[in-house]
Write a protein that binds this ligand. Structure first.
Ligand SMILES: Cc1cc2nc3c(=O)[nH]c(=O)nc-3n(C[C@H](O)[C@H](O)[C@H](O)COP(=O)(O)OP(=O)(O)OC[C@H]3O[C@@H](n4cnc5c(N)ncnc54)[C@H](O)[C@@H]3O)c2cc1C
Length: 422
């Protein structure tokens, strides 16, 4: 397709009439990529597509005016930042040549290659990229529906829910019990609940030291567990308690009116409950059958093209990405590979060899950071970790090392948000 476009451009230089014809034909032939979701995967992909080939018309569909990042929302809960510092607008995305449509995608027709919006408008596309994130499985945890989330916030999509949970923590009396209910995996950001527990514990230790924080866990192990556990013993002894599933940690029912969490073994009365509900791919991906009924969507790891519908690519939390975790950094890295693959295919070229990376930093306290990182390759369409290329922070590092990792976490955040929105 692009070879034809460039042929026209070549002719256009030869004569004024040919130039006029060339411009018209070029406009007609201009390929269009529509990207749904202006978060970590979508905003990155839209920008990198536009950068890879300015001849591609890139349309980003996102209903929100601003994007509030989940990364560093735990720092807001811990009182280390405000919401404004993790909120970004799309001005620079638009300035980089991306056409922004403030709308919500409701359905797609993969045969006709069209996407329909809430406005009723139908957008034709040559390639569609979906990075819509997660949806909550309301009711999968007994008693936890949308009204319940106003009493027991999830704060697992950043924004008003983050503000609500922070306000509840501030309003709580010293001596109250705070509980974080963690679902069974898979869920967005595997280390997220434990970083959150750490930073809420930091707030309680400094502002409400007679309080108690419980992590009621649907699992018996978690990401960076040894590092978190050692840090908690050092920083929050007696304040923070982790209850694994095998010791009755799994929350099986919630009662928001009574502020009670039910586990297999007991009823836990709490002052503040942060319930992270079970999750699946966001509605638009499941409605289109891209999850094949499994809740999460399968893709080819080299191009991020759906294994269900050709011409549709998926990124980020909505997909099963082999060894890559559901993180903002993963979505950002996948978006660049996807953009390069789409730009190549629209020029009838093979996709470049993908290189994928991820690092998940967690703050355990403002000056105490830990991390886990991975580098990935694609074998037969599957994303696999390259052995020996990643790793976790050393278990026996000193406080200076932890302080530096906290600085790296802040630098990572500044870099990735500039990459997306700067
Ligand atoms: C508490 C917490 C802490 C975290 N910390 C980190 C961290 O430190 N590092 C890290 O790498 N990751 C972190 N994450 C994970 C990270 O937030 C996600 O992995 C990342 O946001 C996934 O990117 P995404 O593009 O899939 O979805 P998102 O970034 O959520 O973007 C989805 C976008 O799609 C839009 N959308 C949804 N449906 C539609 C539709 N139908 N039409 C149009 N638009 C739609 C939404 O409005 C949204 O803007 C954290 C998560 C949590 C909850």
């Amino acid at each position: 397709m692009s070879a034809t476009r460039r042929d026209f451009l070549g002719l256009a230089g030869a004569a004024p009439l040919a130039a006029a014809v060339g411009r018209r034909s070029r406009a007609q032939a201009q390929p269009r990529v529509v990207v749904v979701g202006g978060g970590f995967g979508g905003a990155t992909c839209a920008r990198y597509l536009s950068r890879a080939d300015p001849d591609i018309r890139v349309t980003l569909v996102e209903p929100a005016q601003d994007f509030v990042t989940c990364p560093f929302s735990n720092a807001v809960l811990g009182g280390l930042r405000d919401l404004a510092s993790i909120t970004f607008d799309y001005a620079h995305v638009e300035a980089h040549g991306v056409e922004l449509m403030r709308n919500r995608a409701v359905s797609l027709d993969p045969g006709a290659r069209t996407l329909t919006l809430t406005s009723g408008q139908t957008l034709p596309y040559d390639r569609l990229v979906l990075s819509p994130g997660i949806g909550f499985r309301w009711g999968a945890l007994e008693g936890y529906d949308e009204p319940a989330a106003e009493r027991m916030p999830h704060a697992w999509k950043a924004g008003p829910q983050t503000a609500l949970l922070r306000a509840q923590l501030e309003a709580m009396d010293d001596g109250g019990v705070v509980a974080i209910a963690v679902p069974e995996p898979p869920f967005r950001c595997p280390p997220g609940p434990y970083e959150r527990a750490s930073l809420i514990a930091h707030y309680l230790k400094t502002a409400k030291p007679r309080s108690k924080l419980l992590i009621l866990d649907g699992s018996d192990s978690f990401s960076k567990q040894d590092l978190f556990t050692a840090a908690w013993q050092e920083l929050y002894p007696g304040l923070l308690e982790w209850v694994p599933r095998s010791q009755g940690g799994q929350v099986i029912r919630v009662d928001p009116d009574a502020m009670v969490l039910h586990t297999d073994f007991e009823e836990v009365q709490v002052a503040v409950a942060n319930v992270v509900p079970p999750q699946h791919a966001a509605d638009i991906a499941r409605a289109a059958g891209l999850d094949d009924g499994r809740g999460w969507c399968a893709v080819d790891g080299g191009t991020f093209e759906s294994t269900v519908h050709p011409g549709v690519h998926l990124l980020g939390d909505a997909i099963l990405a082999g060894a890559m975790p559901k993180s903002g950094f993963s979505a950002n890295s996948q978006a660049k590979v996807c953009a390069a693959a789409i730009a190549a295919s629209l020029r009838d070229r093979p996709p470049p060899k993908p290189a994928l990376i991820n690092t998940c930093y967690s703050l355990v306290a403002p000056d105490y950071g830990i991390s886990i990182g991975g580098v990935y390759e694609v074998l037969d369409g599957e994303i696999v970790a390259i052995k020996g290329a990643g790793g976790v922070s050393p278990q026996d590092a000193d406080r200076d090392f932890r302080r530096r990792e906290a600085d790296y976490a802040r630098s990572w955040y500044a870099n990735i948000t500039t990459d997306m929105f700067g």
